[in-house]
Design a protein. Structure first.
Length: 749
């Protein structure tokens, strides 16, 4: 389908807004807000996360405004504001918890005397002494009323707003159930005032204790939900608060928010690096484990890049700020984690559909329960029928159903981020567990991406003197293979001298004079061109090395064959183990590379991959992915370069390496921040564990209601016990999700 010019321009103008929404009490609330926002003109899509209390809206500013979006949420009965900073959000969360604590303790204080009198009605506790004043109906009325209408006011307000918008949620169930018990008791109290000799059974404790237990459940829920965002808090805590900046000849200590690109920042030993930048002066070792997971500090000198929030260990550094604020690597990571935690996995649609019709069905069941008991099972017994109806209303609150998916997504993505695996959304977290084929790029993914000197075979010379002559001759060459030889010689401790008469022979090698000796380094053709013979044994060794995927260079000194060197793009230390883990998980590993077949096959044998697709142009990589998908495979592509971006976008799941290019990271659905291929298996394990966790939560949330409602309707569940069970069901779902935060990822998983 071809988009019109107007449609393309309209797509470009689309913006995204994140709103903090407060006042939602269950999944029905979230569903109502989502539907309300989605129905507004100019809104392309809306997603509301109940656990995070956050709405993400894609809209067209030409058709609607932020004010209208907030106004719509408020019209539905909830408070909304533009997304606050992490610190503001945490302060709001703390205020919410304090509010629940105050309401709970006040409610518990007023409800305890009522609970005391209720306990004395049971035969087990009939011997308990109860002050006579507590048996007075008006005293019970005085204790229950502030609980019902002051502490319980949010339930009435929420129920009114829900009914006004032609919906029903948890507030409606709680308000209905507790009001029925309270007003029936008030009726009996007033009637008893005119018939003082008649014994009456009151139910003030039912409404008061229910409200107390529900508030307690909300308190536990808020505390537990706070723990699911621990990853965000940890990441935010990594940031430096201030920076020492050199401006106009003056050293200033300013807050990190005031650092601008181009500032020269001074970092003393032991200090955090406040922004991303480039070293302009000084040398030091920098601990980058917060990003890479590598515990060994990285040497930094002029020209090297440094990452904000990493730790300067030893020397004094001056850096030029290149990325500040929201553009830093850490801010990018935080943004990805926040977006992933706020996204909605496809499996959540099941819960949303159920929640949409759940409350009206429950109210109907409660009415049917009352009528059945009052007219058929216990004719004329109003109190018993009312208790059973109240129990149905309370046991059915759909809080657990609404928390089942988002809390698992939050915990799973947060834990994965702590281990260096960034999921860009809940849908990717869900999809990854279905992957059965992993396609790996070779250069820079399985291998280091840089050629290294791997083999040295001198003939007629000592190794040290051989490297000195060959390394010195190659110093003037800009060829990557020459750079590998020079670097390898230097690492071996060889002294490198100035070379004279340097000549590059394109496609063949180089020749030069070092310490008065004529040196040739290159292919067998180069030596043949100068009439220098190479013995059969050396040629056989050369063939063996080339079968291993290595590039072999022959050397001649003063017209005589002097030995050979082999250069290869070496495997990363983790590649073999990572591929072994993938195969243990019964997932096929495929290598996809533009390199020649012989080299690709050699690397594949070394790493343990059976299927190789070599000599593929960048544009052809995406086509190879499509072929695998057409054969019924669910494909994840792993790459690090710009040439991998089309394949990453085409695959069912694109996995980019954090050590690779920004383009690959932006295109990928999952980013492995450490560049460690073990992160592939870690991502799949986390996806599998999270999906299992979500299914457990959904099963128990639904099973709880499916079992609890019939039990309550049959009269086997007292309302206060139903309230306790309802509160604990939400808490248990959140606690089950939090188990993901203890999951250990790595080769021993």
């Amino acid at each position: 389908m071809t988009l019109s010019k107007e449609a393309i321009e309209r797509t470009k103008s689309e913006q995204q807004l994140t709103l903090d929404v407060s006042g939602m009490t269950c999944a029905v609330c979230a569903s109502r807000v989502e539907k309300g926002l989605s129905g507004l003109p100019g809104v392309a899509r809306a997603n509301v996360n109940f656990a995070l209390e956050r709405a993400t809206v894609d809209y067209f500013p030409s058709d609607t405004s932020v004010g209208k979006l907030i106004q719509k949420v408020e019209h539905l009965g909830y408070a909304a504001s533009e997304k606050r900073s992490g610190l503001d959000f945490e302060e709001t969360r703390r205020r919410e918890i304090r509010g629940h604590q105050i309401r709970f303790f006040a409610s518990a204080l007023l409800s305890f005397p009522l609970l005391w009198t209720m306990a004395s009605h049971f035969s087990t506790f009939s011997s308990i002494w109860v002050p006579a004043i507590l048996l007075n109906a008006w005293i019970q009325f005085g204790l229950a009323t502030p609980v019902q209408f002051v502490i319980g006011y949010p339930f009435y307000a929420g129920a009114f707003k829900a009914l006004r918008s032609k919906s029903a949620d948890m507030n409606v169930l709680v308000a209905l159930g507790t009001s029925a018990a309270y007003f029936y008791s008030l009726y009996l109290t007033v009637r008893g005032a005119f018939q003082p000799s008649r014994h009456i059974e009151l139910y003030y404790e039912t409404s008061a204790v229910l409200i107390t237990l529900i508030i307690l459940g909300k308190l536990f829920e808020s505390l537990a939900k706070g723990r699911t965002s621990a990853a965000i808090k940890t990441l935010m805590g990594m940031r430096a608060k201030t920076a020492l900046v050199f401006r106009d000849g003056v050293e200033l200590n300013i807050t990190i928010e005031h650092v601008v690109v181009g500032d020269i920042v001074h970092i003393k030993p032991g200090e955090k690096i406040p922004v991303d930048g480039e070293v302009v002066d000084g040398t030091s070792a920098v601990d980058e484990s917060m990003l890479t997971g590598e515990s060994i500090p990285v040497e930094k000198r002029a020209g090297d890049t440094v990452i904000g929030a990493s730790l300067n260990k030893l020397g004094f550094l001056k850096i030029r700020a290149t990325k500040v604020g929201k553009d830093t690597a850490l801010a990018h990571i935080i943004r990805i984690v926040e977006e992933a935690q706020g996204s909605k996995a496809p499996i959540q649609r099941i819960a949303d559909k159920i929640s949409g019709v759940f409350v009206p069905i429950v109210v109907a069941i409660a009415v049917l329960t009352f009528l059945t008991w009052f007219f058929l099972l216990s004719p004329g017994e109003f109190a018993g029928a009312l208790e059973n109806a109240i129990a149905v209303l309370v046991i059915a609150c759909p809080c657990a159903l609404g928390l089942a998916t988002p809390t698992s997504i939050m915990a799973g993505t947060g834990r994965a981020a702590e281990m260096g695996v960034l999921f860009k959304g809940g849908e990717h977290l869900e999809s990854t567990h279905r992957v059965n084929t992993i396609v790996l790029d070779k250069t820079g993914t399985l291998t280091q991406g840089q050629p290294k000197l791997t083999d040295i075979f001198p003939q007629g010379f000592e190794k040290e003197s051989f490297l000195e002559l060959v390394g010195s001759a190659e110093r003037n060459s800009e060829h990557p293979l020459a750079e590998a030889v020079v670097e390898g010689a230097a690492q071996a401790g060889a002294k490198l001298f100035a070379a004279d008469d340097f000549v590059s022979v394109p496609g063949h090698g180089i020749r030069a004079r070092v310490q008065g000796k004529a040196v040739l380094v290159g292919s067998a053709r180069l030596l043949a061109r100068f009439g220098i013979p190479v013995d059969e044994e050396a040629l056989k060794r050369m063939g063996d090395l080339e079968k291993q995927g290595k590039t072999v260079m022959l050397a001649a000194i003063d017209g005589r064959f002097a030995g050979m060197l082999a250069v290869a793009d070496t495997l990363k230390q983790t590649s073999r183990g990572a591929v072994a883990r993938i195969r243990e998980m019964r997932i096929e590993a495929v290598m996809l590379t533009g390199d020649n077949t012989r080299t690709a096959q050699a690397i594949a044998r070394e790493v343990g991959i059976d299927r190789v697709v070599a000599e593929v142009l960048p544009a052809g990589k995406a086509d190879e992915i499509k072929k695998l998908q057409a054969s019924g495979r669910v494909v994840a592509m792993v790459g690090d370069g710009i040439n991998d971006a089309p394949a990453l976008a085409t695959a069912d799941i694109g996995i980019g390496l954090g050590t690779g290019t920004d383009v690959a990271m932006e295109t990928a659905d999952i980013t492995l921040m450490r560049g460690d291929l073990n992160g592939i298996a870690d991502a799949i394990v986390m996806s599998r564990k999270t999906m299992t966790n979500i299914k457990q939560n959904l099963f128990w949330a639904l099973a709880y209601n499916c079992l609890g409602i019939p039990v309550a309707a049959m009269g086997f569940l007292a309302p206060w016990l139903a309230g306790a069970a309802m509160a604990m069901s939400s808490v248990s779902v959140v606690l089950n999700a939090l188990r993901l935060q203890r999951l250990r990822l790595g080769k021993h998983v």
